[in-house]
Write a protein that binds this ligand. Sequence first.
Ligand SMILES: [Zn+2]
Length: 235
Amino acid sequence: MIKPFKKISWIITLLFSIYVLILVYPNPLFAHKHEFKQFTVHSDQEIPNEIEQVLDLVTYKISQSELYNQDLKFNIFVCNDNWRFKFLTRNPNAAGLVHFVLSRNVFVRSCDIVNDKIIPPDTWKFGTEDRSMNWLLSHELTHSMQSYHDRFMVFKTSVPIIEGYADYIGKFDTFDFLKYQKDFRENHVEMDPANGLYKKYHLFVADFIDNKGYSFLKLVEESPDLNLIEELRKN
Ligand SMILES: [Zn+2]
């Protein structure tokens, strides 16, 4: 007879293994699929053809990254039902998630594909002008590319570099260095990462790549401290 404690640990191990398997292969939870270029988009709702315009913009942005390769394959899972997003990300207030070590799957919250917008959670306090669906996908796909390069990069590299670079690529077409620098100097609320935005990290990464001539991989290797951003308070 198996002792109750042993039985419970077996059940927990089994459930955990099933959950991990679903994170790696969540396809059965998504009834709809649309393949385009190197992307396979899965959704719990029908996928309008406008997804191809969104993915064209995404391709333009992520191809700016030194980590990009047109042979990479990307699986994107759009979770319109909040329970599905919560189950797969364990963070109902996030916009999207990649489980770096387990897989390169991209999970994103409910989106208005036709209008290229994400539908933020009720708790979202800021504007959504610079939070298009193509930004979100480009940001999360940059995490996929980081994981393709090194599955364990997320453990070896600081959050400001990982997240700042994902926004650097995600907002490649609209980023305004001087505006971000001004907001940083004025301690604008959106420059505080505690509010769920990565603008401070983006400014930090952009300063190293655009002004100091770093590549992303050199940034990862040297891992400069976020406090160096304080230099940007001067002229
Ligand atoms: Zn991110």
